[in-house]
Design a protein. Sequence first.
Length: 322
Amino acid sequence: MSKTILITGGAGFIGTNLCKRLLKEGNKVICVDNLYTGQMRNIEPLMKDPNFRFIKHNIIEPLNIEDKLDQIFNLACPASPPHYQKDPIFTINTCFIGITNMLNLAKKNKCKILQASTSEIYGDPIEHPQKETYWGHVNCFGIRSCYDEGKRSAETLCFNYINQYNVDVKVIRIFNTYGPSMAKDDGRVVTNFINQALYDEDITIYGDGSQTRSFQYVDDLIEAMTRVMNTDENFHGPINLGNPREFTVKELAEMTLDLIKESKSKIIYTELPQDDPCKRKPDISLAKEKIKWEPVIQLREGLQKTIDYFRLIKELDTKKDK
């Protein structure tokens, strides 16, 4: 049965891929984005679809929607360090005031709402791998704290709305995700390495490259998100969504260069940023149990698809500049 679904941050990386998936399933999708990091380029192909509507709006301000909503996916928030550190007060307001407005909208519509939280709430974890029961190791006034603590406070608010107003909230914690529709200036390691290699720039590794990440292809994440949204009213999370296979940052750089064989880039090493986590790996036992899910796309396959996307963007940008 077709649903009316609101997606905040719908012109962003994950939001765009989610819009495509839900439209393909025959739903009516309302995409809300202030274009702070989202891109019109991402959603322009969707504008011709009669079931798609775009609203430019900042969710720090209340949103009035006449449609009766069945589901809300709240993805709105800068998610990469260069973007969320650019205006930290804006970031934490988006996290807390934004989710407040969306929770009130869900309460009004008596609909489900999924809150996109993050593995960043674990900070630089002492526990490894990270289970949902782990409370984290976060610097509450470090340069990343506007995002880390913003998302932590948003989770608190979600569970208060569950307990106080009986709103059906689903909280997911997203681990490193990559794939098509990422912004070129995203600033995260996958986009950095791919674009540095495509443009023959030095591939910059912060620290010695031994820090580990677990890279999840976006299609795996979207599948998990839709499954979590469709759980019954007794399940709220939080639930880890990520790939439990670890790679070092150095391994990622070497794999990128192996896939972009024409690149003349060299790997260089620079100082590790403040509060950059040394290890990040999800325990996805709960996801396997509750939604029968685990990632299926291997890093090399997903990386090739992402490289193909950025090759196309490079070609389009080159044509535009001529």
